[in-house]
Design a binder for this molecule. Structure first.
Ligand SMILES: Cc1cc2nc3c(=O)[nH]c(=O)nc-3n(C[C@H](O)[C@H](O)[C@H](O)COP(=O)(O)OP(=O)(O)OC[C@H]3O[C@@H](n4cnc5c(N)ncnc54)[C@H](O)[C@@H]3O)c2cc1C
Length: 464
């Protein structure tokens, strides 16, 4: 009998969530770092014949229900629920930011996600919150942690663009009777929903499952590489990905790090990090086959307010889609003293994530046709069909170049090659990608200009 290791991991489609390892009845799957600096389940040779549980909880296994079906099962029957193809189900959409400047400063964007988690804990909706916190172990700079006091959520604010895995937490949830609120990336949330389908007790134990929008997940080499750009080329003991700057828009933040010798480094998004992010250096291959933009199976999903009306506020603002009526009530009860909230149309949410939507729809459609995946006998199917013409010829050329850089960077052999040597080796390919990017930007000028003019006209018409 084949398991998740044979069918998903071997096909580079695992996102390392660890839910399979957490539910495996034989303890056959152990989460370990692979050579790419990603968490992967490894097969310990104890697999039970005919047990398919690891496959049934895998968010990338094609035989499982997709986000449409899981979303329907959880949300469709709820009063006033609405649905949009890009976002999945929604009850209400908000822009929000906590009013405490210190708390907001520590959060990735407006601190909305931590505020909701704090309310769930403080008002006894759950016994513990499971979220991601920093960890001063150079081998594991972030981890999932269980927090039972709202004030402990302070140390978990911010975004971890660093692999974390859920196996230990899943084992804990299964053996206790407590109730939890969990926050995770879309694929993690989907895996937990699938696990709750297989084991109904999990539905009661996890009454709140929150998501964060995810454009892509990075391996731990991403952190090591940008630390080297920041001047710290040694093992790290602390990193912070979203250091806010009061002299720049919210989208231009600092990466801060400290090495084991105490050496500190800092580099901003516009000093080269944005290119590394956008060109998908060190991005997990599975992320290229994900079609869930807004964590469609989560009770609420949080994201950055990448909109012109918010982005210039360097303190950051969060947007959220709410799908759970209890969370909606909590927000409606908020007096406004702790969280500045305003309702926004779903179109604004969609507008804020245009890049991610393009990647997880058109680019995915192209990728499925140009680099299809087969799992066992089954082709990997997603909610968009394989279609080579989803992108024009220039865009296809660009995606091919990005995917090639992405796989080159995943294979960076850190102990053998310094960051400088690595950069020099891939420099011809980088230059080629930069040339293609310039041509793509140039070719899209008329479309972007037309969009700008249209938005200005709409804004003017709205003011009248
Ligand atoms: C890998 C990744 C990619 C992202 N991509 C996008 C994107 O493309 N567009 C966009 O708008 N937003 C993206 N986000 C979300 C964004 O960075 C913020 O998390 C979001 O705006 C919420 O911010 P906040 O200030 O409301 O939350 P905060 O108050 O900062 O709280 C964030 C909560 O999320 C938890 N958390 C942080 N990292 C992780 C993680 N890796 N896994 C699980 N939980 C975590 C923390 O423990 C904390 O509880 C991404 C986040 C991650 C981790």
């Amino acid at each position: 009998m084949k398991n998740v290791f044979d069918l998903v991991v071997q096909n580079n489609l695992c996102s390392g969530c660890g839910v399979c390892a957490g539910v495996c009845p034989a303890g056959n799957l152990a989460m370990e770092w692979n050579e790419q600096g990603e968490y992967m389940p490894t097969d310990q040779g104890r697999c039970i014949d005919s047990c398919t549980l690891c496959l049934r909880v895998c968010p990338f296994y094609p035989g499982n229900p997709d986000e449409n079906q899981l979303g329907k099962e959880r949300f469709e029957a709820i009063n006033s629920m609405q649905h949009t193809p890009e976002t999945g189900f929604w009850l209400a959409c908000y822009a929000g930011a906590v009013s405490d400047e210190i708390e907001r400063g520590k959060s990735a964007s407006g601190g909305f996600a931590s505020w909701v988690l704090g309310e769930l804990l403080a008002n006894g909706f759950v016994d513990e919150v499971i979220c991601v916190e920093p960890n001063e172990d150079p081998e594991k700079l972030f981890r999932f942690a269980r927090l039972d006091k709202p004030e402990d959520l302070e140390r978990a604010r911010g975004s971890a663009y660093y692999p974390v895995e859920f196996s230990e937490m899943m084992r804990y949830i299964k053996r206790t009777n407590k109730q939890f609120a969990v926050i995770g990336l879309p694929c993690f949330v989907k895996a937990i929903r699938l696990a709750a389908r297989a084991d109904k007790t999990l539905e009661r134990k996890i009454p709140f499952l929150l998501g964060i929008v995810c454009g892509q997940m990075k391996s731990r080499k991403y952190t090591q590489y940008i630390a080297s750009l920041a001047g710290v080329e040694e093992s790290l003991e602390k990193v912070y990905f979203r250091g806010k700057r009061n002299d720049a828009p919210a989208s231009d933040y600092n990466f801060l790090c400290r090495g084991i010798s105490g050496k500190e480094g800092k580099i901003s998004w516009t000093e080269g990090v944005s290119r590394i992010w956008g060109d998908r250096w060190f991005t997990l291959e599975s992320c290229g086959y994900c079609d869930d933009i807004f964590a469609e199976t989560a009770d609420a999903v949080f994201m950055d307010a990448w909109l012109p009306e918010y982005v210039n506020d360097s303190r950051g603002t969060s947007l959220a889609i709410i799908r759970n009526p209890e969370i909606l009530k909590i927000l409606e009860r908020n007096s406004g003293s702790q969280l500045d909230l305003s309702r926004i149309p779903v179109e604004k949410i969609i507008q804020s994530q245009q890049g991610v939507i393009e990647n997880k729809r058109k680019v995915l459609s192209y990728r499925l046709s140009s680099r299809p995946k087969t799992i066992g006998e089954r082709p990997l199917t997603k909610r968009v069909p394989p279609d080579v013409s989803a992108l024009n010829c220039l865009a296809r050329y660009h995606v091919d170049a990005v995917d090639s850089i992405s796989s080159e960077t995943r294979a960076w052999d850190i102990p053998k090659e310094s960051a400088g040597e690595f950069r020099a080796r891939i420099s011809p390919e980088l230059k080629r990608l930069q040339r293609i990017s310039k041509i793509v930007r140039f070719a899209s000028l008329p479309r972007r200009a037309a969009g700008k003019i249209l938005r200005a006209i709409k804004k003017k018409a709205g003011r009248k």
